[in-house]
Design a protein around this ligand. Structure first.
Ligand code: TXA
Ligand code: MG
Length: 320
C-alpha cells in the first residue's frame, strides 16, 4: 500500500482520481480517519464494507464539500437543518435526512434516510473536491474496533487492503461526529464531536435514541469501539484485581494501584483535550499485551458524553 503526505496537492489529485475510478482511500478528517469510496459507485462502497468486515445493515456517512451538495442527496432540507448547518458546518455534525432515490441502497443499508456531513479538515475537503463526487466513508478501522486518529493505527489494522492512505497527522477532535436525526423529531443517535448542549441551545431539547431500535447507529450495537484487550469502567469503591497486568486510562491524574501502564487524558481536566487523546491512549494501552484496561469514568457533559459512550461500547454488555 502507498502512504502519501496529505498536504501535497499531487497526492490529493492522485487520491481523487482513485476515488473517481472506483478505488478506496484512507483520508484524515478532524474527527478520525475515514475509509472513503465514491458514494455513487455501489461496487466501490461494497469494498469498503468488505475491508472493514462491516455488516451491510450498518449504513455509511456521505461526506460533502459544500452545504449546497445536500440538494443532490436529500429531500426537504428544512429551516432547522439549515440553522444547524449554518452554525456547525464544516465540522463534526452528521445530519440524517430523507434521501433522494439516486443515493445507492448500499450506502444507506436500504433506509429512506442518508447521513451527511461536511468535514472541516482541509485535506478531506480538497479530496472531496478533487474526486468530483461525494465520499461515503466510515471510520478506517475493522468493524467494532478502535477508531484510528493517526495513520499508524490504520497501518496496523486495514492498511494493506486499501489503495492509498493520505497522512494528515493526528486528528484534532479525536472522537467521531455527533449524529443527529431530524425526523420525526430531533434525536441524538450518537454523541460526538459537537456537544449535545450546543445543539440544544440552538434548536431545543433533543430526544435520546431508544436503544436497540432500528435504524442502527454504532451506538446501538452493545459492543463497539473495542480494544483487543478487555476493558472495564471503574465503579465507585471498586477494588483493583490482583495478579493481573492492568493498564489504567485515567482522566486527570494517575491513581494509586498496581498498574503496568497509565495513560492520563487531560491533566487540566479539559474534556476536549481528553477526547483528542482518547483513541490514541487506548491504542497505546492495547499494544502492551495487558490482561485488562481499567478506565475512569468522566463527567458526562460536553465531549465527556461522547467519551463515555465510547467507553461503554468498548466495555460491551456487563452482567449486572
Ligand atoms: O466522524 C465521523 O463521523 C467519521 C468520519 C470518518 O467522518 N465517520 C464515522 O463513520 O464515524 P462510521 O461509519 O464509523 O459511523 C457512522 C454511523 C454508522 O455506524 C451508522 O450507524 C450511522 O452512522 N448512520 C449512517 N447512516 C445512517 C442513517 N441513515 N440513519 C441512522 N444512522 C446512520
Ligand atoms: Mg466507526
Amino acid at each position: 500500500m502507498k502512504v502519501l503526505k496529505g498536504q501535497d496537492p499531487s497526492a490529493i489529485k492522485e487520491a481523487g482520481r482513485i476515488i473517481r475510478e472506483g478505488g478506496i482511500v484512507v483520508f484524515p478528517t478532524e474527527t478520525v480517519y475515514g475509509l472513503g469510496a465514491d458514494a455513487f459507485n455501489p461496487q466501490a462502497v461494497a469494498r469498503v464494507f468488505e475491508v472493514k468486515k462491516r455488516p451491510f445493515f450498518d449504513p455509511l456517512i456521505v461526506h460533502v464539500k459544500d452545504p449546497k451538495d445536500l440538494e443532490e442527496l436529500c429531500e426537504g432540507v428544512d429551516q432547522r437543518a439549515k440553522k444547524l448547518i449554518e452554525r456547525f458546518w464544516p465540522g463534526p455534525l452528521t445530519l440524517v435526512l430523507p434521501k433522494k432515490d439516486k443515493v445507492p441502497d448500499i450506502v444507506t443499508s436500504g433506509l429512506k434516510t442518508v447521513a451527511v456531513r461536511m468535514p472541516s479538515h482541509p485535506i478531506a475537503l480538497s479530496l472531496i473536491r478533487e474526486s468530483q463526487t461525494f465520499i461515503a466513508a466510515p471510520s478506517a478501522n475493522s468493524f467494532g474496533k478502535l477508531s484510528p486518529t493517526r495513520v499508524e493505527h490504520v497501518l496496523r489494522d486495514i492498511g494493506d487492503k486499501v489503495d492509498l492512505i493520505l497522512d494528515g497527522g493526528p486528528c484534532e477532535v479525536g472522537v467521531e461526529s455527533t449524529i443527529l436525526a431530524l425526523y420525526p423529531r430531533p434525536t441524538l443517535l450518537r454523541p460526538g464531536g459537537i456537544p449535545r448542549e450546543e445543539i440544544e441551545r440552538l434548536i431545543g431539547k433533543l430526544e435520546s435514541h431508544p436503544s436497540r431500535e432500528k435504524p442502527l447507529a454504532p451506538g446501538e450495537l452493545p459492543k463497539h469501539y473495542s480494544p483487543h484487550t478487555p476493558l472495564r469502567i471503574i465503579r465507585e469503591g471498586e477494588k483493583i484485581p490482583e495478579g493481573l497486568k492492568i493498564g489504567l486510562l485515567a482522566f486527570k491524574r494517575p491513581r494509586e494501584g498496581p498498574f503496568w501502564a497509565v495513560e492520563v487524558l487531560s491533566e487540566k481536566g479539559d474534556l476536549r483535550e481528553a477526547a483528542s487523546r482518547f483513541f490514541e491512549a487506548l491504542h497505546r494501552l492495547d499494544q502492551l499485551g495487558l490482561d485488562l484496561i481499567l478506565a475512569e469514568p468522566l463527567p458526562e457533559e460536553g465531549l465527556g458524553l461522547a467519551i463515555m459512550d465510547r467507553l461503554r461500547k468498548a466495555e460491551g454488555e456487563r452482567e449486572a
